[in-house]
Write a protein that binds this ligand. Structure first.
Ligand SMILES: Cc1cc2nc3c(=O)[nH]c(=O)nc-3n(C[C@H](O)[C@H](O)[C@H](O)COP(=O)(O)OP(=O)(O)OC[C@H]3O[C@@H](n4cnc5c(N)ncnc54)[C@H](O)[C@@H]3O)c2cc1C
Length: 333
């Protein structure tokens, strides 16, 4: 076990922010984790679990022990003619799992192709894209409490999954490390192409999960900035959920306002931000991506504080104009 003092996190976050962790360690196994949790030097330090760093904005040095989770492994637990249950290490790269699934002709997570980050972080905000969410294929997870070292199994109903939300973002925030996740994938063809823009791309009526993965990868590559080239953390804000009265009021002023109704009424945060001309806005070293108003980008060595200031300006202007509070999807540290 190697504990590094004052370690730069520049290469561990997709916003490419250069701050230091007071202490930093990488774990490859649960034994490594046990050693860290019981080590005299680190036992009493507050801990922060880091996956791929693709959903965080670092605005200051992290005065804690950062544990970089690299626990790997993909293991088939059980299967029948219809389904297969797979146990995955929390440190696996999420898109490698999707690739594994489609390569094995399995169905369920192909719409979540090319989302950066780790398996262990995916349940934290119940990752979602193109009409699909992690919870749709989620069976259970194993997590270890960072203070008591207790191992706990969380079933789907224990996780309180919601829109970019789970119990791990709320009541159990920063209390556990997710070490293993079990997914249930389908063997029979079952594609979900209802989301805007996918159906038109499906040329083959027998399209399989690999075909859908390829379509999603193309759509995402055309729309989203590649974090290895331009620092960002994907959508910075969640789509706000509003009530019917607010919608009716907004429709009087903006008859073209888009909205979706599933369980709630959601309006696209990107539309609100675009309406206020933020899309493509540049200031100092950061800005709003020119092709997507929800994505804040780091053009050139911006600090986390600069990006957070820009986020606050956008939030304030949206509130002033629409009386709607935007909530960050990204964790600000
Ligand atoms: C270009 C781009 C596109 C994106 N598109 C999408 C999208 O379409 N849909 C979507 O939902 N998200 C999207 N995201 C956001 C991001 O990819 C996901 O939220 C992803 O799950 C974050 O994983 P990570 O490993 O990078 O997490 P990190 O950024 O490392 O961590 C995020 C949070 O999870 C906690 N955490 C991480 N690992 C663990 C663990 N093992 N146990 C306990 N806590 C943990 C951290 O402490 C932190 O609070 C995008 C990001 C980028 C950069």
């Amino acid at each position: 076990m190697n504990i590094i003092n004052s370690h730069s996190l520049l290469n561990y976050n997709t916003f490419k922010i250069d701050v230091n962790a007071k202490l930093f360690t990488t774990i490859h196994t649960e034994e490594d984790l046990n050693k860290v949790l019981n080590n005299a030097k680190t036992k009493n330090e507050k801990k922060f679990i880091l996956g791929g760093g693709s959903n965080i904005l670092l605005t200051q040095n992290i005065n804690n022990l950062v544990i970089h989770n690299q626990i790997k492994g993909i293991k088939v637990i059980k299967e029948n003619d219809n389904k297969i249950n797979v146990e995955i290490g929390g440190g696996e790269v999420w898109d490698d799992i999707v690739n594994w699934s489609t390569t094995n002709n399995l169905y369920g997570i192909e719409n979540l192709s090319l989302i950066p980050g780790s398996m262990g972080a995916a349940p934290i905000q119940n990752i979602g894209a193109y009409g699909c969410e992690l919870k749709d294929s989620f069976k259970k997870l194993e997590a270890i409490h960072l203070e008591t070292n207790e191992k706990i199994v969380f079933k789907k109903s224990d996780c309180h999954f919601g829109y970019r939300d789970s119990i791990f973002k709320n009541k159990l925030h920063n209390q556990f490390i997710i070490t293993k996740v079990q997914l249930e994938l389908m063997k029979k063809r079952q594609i979900n192409i209802e989301y805007n823009g996918i159906k038109e791309q499906v040329k083959n009526k027998n399209a399989n999960s690999q075909d859908i993965r390829n379509i999603i990868i193309n759509l995402r590559k055309n729309k989203l900035p590649n974090p290895t080239k331009l620092g960002n953390a994907g959508s910075f804000f969640k789509n706000p959920i509003i009530n019917l009265n607010t919608l009716k009021h907004l429709q009087k002023i903006y008859p073209d306002i888009p909205f979706y109704t599933t369980k709630n009424i959601k309006i696209p945060a990107a539309w609100l931000i675009e309406k206020l001309n933020w899309k493509g806005h540049k200031e100092k070293r950061c800005g709003v991506y020119k092709k997507h108003a929800l994505i804040l980008v780091n053009y050139n060595d911006a600090t986390g504080k600069e990006i957070n200031n820009l986020s606050n300006k956008i939030k304030n202007s949206v509130y002033k104009k629409f009386n709607i509070n935007l909530e960050e999807e990204v964790s600000i540290l």
